[in-house]
Design a protein around this ligand. Structure first.
Ligand code: GLU
Length: 302
């Protein structure tokens, strides 16, 4: 069916309420909003609050305040990930039923010690695109009964994706369409290499669903056609394409934008109070000045 509605493009800004919005977030939000407006599309806001240890209601309130001050308007109601835990759990169960997940019992310290021992012996431990060591694969073949007994005993574990099995099930190489660019200028049709991330964690006791899983399920549930976000998530897209394929979900178009440098030329962080949107507002700045600042950094906003 080729209705006008099915062609409506859907954009979203999806902040995690674990800090204040900075100029980089403003860029993402403004781009999504303006691109949607330019094509008569929809602009959604999604609050990604699945990590209970880091998410705070006061940050969510600050995000809404800052976005409204920037002059942006989004569809209501806003989807909040913590309201959909059962939905994510069902998806995890599907992956478990496919035999793609296994419980990983190694703690961060266990992994750190293995990495240190390997490096001390002159070896190279593989690292993901963010520089974190890959999780060892030794537990993939753990006897399921033994694993179940450990879980029943209360041993701490996280559910991990067996990357080799998942890629084998997904089949042919995966690609995505990149309308922006990756950190090395990758654009157009990009080959997804989820294997660079190793056996990613999809659920852990204190955060029942990982960012990767929730973002993929939500983008599909909300009919998102265009994902516009910072280049720091460029390589994560490979994992998203793999999960989309395993669940039979459509692939959005992706557009990764450059990261806004801080005054010292370094990456902005949520703890960087001086470059927060709220700080500009409190100093008497205007939304037009924020747009001018971003344009001055070479970001095209229209
Ligand atoms: N929640 C993520 C963040 O704040 C962004 C997710 C996305 O745009 O895919 O970094």
């Amino acid at each position: 069916m080729d209705t006008a509605l099915s062609k409506t493009r859907v954009f979203r800004f999806a902040p995690s309420p674990n800090g204040l919005l900075h100029l980089g977030h403003a860029l993402s939000a403004i781009l999504n909003h303006d691109l949607a407006a330019a094509c008569g599309g929809r602009f959604l806001l999604r609050i990604e609050d699945i990590d209970p240890a880091r998410s705070r209601p006061e940050f969510e309130a600050a995000i809404l305040r800052d976005l409204a001050w920037l002059g942006l308007d989004w569809e209501k109601p806003v989807r909040r990930q913590s309201d959909h835990l059962a939905f994510y759990r069902q998806a995890l169960d599907r992956l478990k039923a496919l035999g793609l997940l296994y419980p990983g019992f190694l703690s961060r310290t266990d992994v750190r010690m293995r990495v240190a021992a390997c490096e001390a012996a002159g070896g190279t431990w593989p690292r993901d695109p963010d520089g974190a060591p890959l999780y060892p694969t030794e537990e993939r073949g753990l006897d399921p009964e033994l694993a179940a007994a450990r879980i029943a005993k209360g041993d701490q574990h996280a559910w991990r994706l067996d990357m080799d099995k998942a890629r084998a099930l997904a089949g042919a190489p995966l690609f995505w369409v990149e309308a922006g660019a990756g950190p090395a200028g990758e654009t157009g049709t990009v080959l997804a290499r989820p294997e660079l991330w190793g056996d990613i964690m999809l659920s852990r006791p204190d955060a029942p669903v990982s960012y990767h899983l929730a973002v993929v399920l939500d983008d599909a549930a909300q009919g998102v056609s265009d994902v516009v976000r910072g280049q720091d998530l460029f390589h994560a897209t490979a994992v998203h394409r793999l999960l989309q394929t395993l669940f039979g979900l459509p692939a959005p178009r992706y557009r990764h934008h450059g990261l806004v440098p801080g005054p010292d030329g370094r990456k902005l962080s949520k703890s960087n109070r001086d470059t927060g949107i709220a700080a500009y507002r409190e100093k008497g700045g205007s939304p037009a000045e924020i747009r001018a600042l971003l344009a001055g950094d070479g970001f095209v906003l229209d």
